[in-house]
Design a protein. Structure first.
Length: 267
């Protein structure tokens, strides 16, 4: 794992707000971090590439110019895409005041954001950790940057949201991982033509509905293969494939290896 990091040792665990780690992760196809019940808060900005984040078992795709925020006390499981591994700048934080700050900026319960315009703020993190300042000065500066990030995300939330129709389409697909939803069926969710829905979804999420479904199926399969003892047949059935051989061949085509080989590589 190739990273540039700055660690800070907290002098007192009762301190209400503290940056424990800051830095950048460079592209690595094997990058994978798991916290079963995290004792920290994590905020990361993807500067390039893509990856996948499972928060309490719910899988999300993250890509360039996205910010994700992972809360204390939850299961974090995130990893690079094997073909376009992400680069990301991050802060790890601790202390009860983190939650109060998040609530104050209206971001409580929100975890994934468009990071458009956030890059200069996150790049300040790298300037701070590379500076000649004392650790106390760096700690203070990074805390200020975190507040600046929250402020920016709060403003962006109000100004840059997906359309209601696009979100309805995405929610419909996300709630049906066990089958492929046809264009005609999808169109009925917002009472529009299939062509309109295809164009709307592609424009707002930069991927076709079909490709989005396939990507989620394969990434869910990877997650289940790596983190559970479910049989390959059970995983295939969960994703809507009754023929295990068809599923295995599809996984090979999309992911470059058989499900059994992928599972062995992650154990």
């Amino acid at each position: 794992m190739h990273e540039h990091l700055k660690y800070f040792v907290c002098p007192d665990p009762k301190i209400p707000f503290y940056i424990s780690l800051a830095g950048i992760t460079y592209p690595d196809p094997a990058y994978h971090t798991i916290r079963t019940c995290s004792d920290i808060w994590v905020i990361e900005y993807v500067t390039d590439g893509s990856g996948y984040v499972s928060l309490d078992g719910e899988l999300h795709t993250v890509e360039k110019d996205m910010v994700y925020f992972l809360p204390y006390g939850h299961r974090h499981d995130y990893y690079s895409d094997s073909t376009t591994p992400f680069t990301k700048i991050f802060l790890n934080l601790s202390g009860a005041f983190c939650e109060h700050l998040i609530m104050a900026y209206g971001l409580s319960g929100k975890h994934f954001f468009s990071g458009t315009g956030c890059r200069p703020v996150f790049e300040k993190i790298l300037c701070v950790i590379d500076s000649d300042s004392s650790d106390n000065a760096k700690q203070s500066a990074l805390q200020g940057i975190f507040v600046e990030i929250l402020s920016g995300l709060s403003v962006a939330q109000a100004e840059n949201q997906y359309s209601e129709e696009a979100l309805k389409l995405k929610e419909y697909l996300d709630s049906r991982p066990d089958r492929l939803v046809s264009a005609k069926e999808l169109s009925r969710t917002i009472f529009r033509s299939p062509d309109y829905c295809q164009k709307l979804f592609s424009r707002e999420f930069h991927i076709t509905p079909y490709a989005y479904q396939m990507e989620r199926k394969m990434q869910t399969a990877k997650l289940l293969l790596a983190d559970t003892s479910m049989s390959i047949g059970a995983i295939a059935e969960k994703l809507g494939y009754t023929d295990i051989h068809y599923f295995s061949n599809l996984f090979l085509k999309k992911c470059g290896c058989r499900p059994t080989s992928y599972r062995k590589s992650r154990r």
